[in-house]
Design a binder for this molecule. Structure first.
Ligand SMILES: NC(=O)c1ccc[n+]([C@@H]2O[C@H](COP(=O)([O-])OP(=O)(O)OC[C@H]3O[C@@H](n4cnc5c(N)ncnc54)[C@H](O)[C@@H]3O)[C@@H](O)[C@H]2O)c1
Length: 305
């Protein structure tokens, strides 16, 4: 079925790619954000997810029947203002769920994150149900929304589908996360610039190509409800890399990137995140697997910058 989809926070790192893929699949897209778009291929409206009245108006005006709720404050940026991070991420989530329930919208996609894990999780290989004591307000806010998601799904009030994304590699600049170096290094290599990395050279974190993230998200949204075996978000995994490994990969495909390491406050965040993810439940439920390994990802994204 073709849907009429509202995307919140659509002008961030991920939005544009989801707009393109969902449009290609035959859906109508209304992109919304609090910033001004430069160049956008679908209808756009200014919309702050804290504004319930405007949300209600847009859903009715555009006859929306599905929401992709991307608006959020991410990990690194979130530490600068934990209060507003909690407020935007949690009240925003609740507002979207309320609007969907009030307007009979049955299905929502809302991405969670590997930031929900913490040092009490088995970071060497994190399964779907590890103990979770996140150390950033971003992780805390996403984890509390995961609990609300579990509540709404278990009571069959609404069907919320979610994946805990790792660092996403795309040709757009990220918006203030702890994995931002992965994209920043590609831009530096492409522009023949040196790069100062804010993490230690050997910090391994899970990453994935944007196209793999989108494919899994859309497959999850289209999956038959009877195949969804959990009421909370799925882990997802593709490849793991460190800044020095990524630097070597970039140089192996024909660039000459020089990286200096100046770890800052983000190192502590990265140290509390998974190194490797067990996503067997997702792969079993929706029969998904990634198409891009680390080298393919670097090549493909750097060519599209
Ligand atoms: N990019 C990643 O690597 C990654 C990893 C894990 C999870 N995620 C999740 O995916 C989603 C999208 O991430 P992204 O990388 O595109 O984020 P981003 O930071 O690049 O973009 C977020 C967008 O939300 C908008 N926004 C902020 N406050 C808002 C508000 N009150 N109302 C409406 N819009 C608001 C911002 O203007 C921005 O355009 C987020 O929920 C994030 O937690 C992303």
């Amino acid at each position: 079925m073709n849907n009429r989809i509202l995307i919140t926070g659509a002008l961030g790192q991920l939005g544009e790619f989801f707009i393109n893929s969902l449009t290609k699949a035959g859906n109508y897209i209304l992109a919304t954000d609090i910033k001004k778009p430069n160049n956008i291929s679908c209808d756009f409206e200014f919309y702050d997810i804290l504004d319930l009245e405007k949300g209600n108006e847009l859903i009715k005006k555009y006859k929306i029947n599905q929401v992709y709720n991307f608006a959020a404050i991410l990990s690194a940026k979130g530490e600068n203002n934990p209060m507003s991070t909690w407020y935007i991420n949690n009240s925003g989530f609740m507002n979207i769920i309320k609007l969907c329930i009030d307007n009979n919208i049955k299905k929502v996609f809302w991405p969670s994150t590997i930031a929900v894990f913490g040092k009490n999780s088995n970071l060497d290989f994190v399964n779907n149900e590890e103990p979770m004591f996140p150390e950033t307000m971003y992780g805390v806010s996403k984890l509390s929304c995961e609990k609300a998601m579990f509540y709404f799904n278990s009571k069959k009030i609404i069907d919320i589908r979610s994946i805990r994304f790792p660092g996403i590699v795309s040709s757009t600049k990220p918006g203030g996360g702890t994995t931002d170096y992965i994209v920043d290094m590609l831009f530096s290599a492409k522009n023949n610039e040196n790069y100062n990395c804010f993490l230690n050279s050997e910090t391994f974190l899970p990453m994935m190509h944007i196209d793999d993230a989108i494919e899994a998200s859309i497959m999850l949204m289209n999956a038959d409800k009877k195949n969804i075996s959990i009421n909370y978000p799925y882990n997802i995994s593709s490849f793991e890399t460190s800044p020095s490994k990524w630097n070597n990969i970039i140089n192996s495909i024909g660039y000459d990137l020089n990286v200096k390491y100046k770890p800052d406050y983000r190192q502590k965040i990265a140290d509390s995140w998974p190194k490797k993810i067990d996503d067997s439940i997702l792969r079993n439920d929706i029969k998904w697997e990634p198409k891009f390994n680390d080298i393919d990802t670097a090549k493909h994204i750097i060519d599209s910058i």
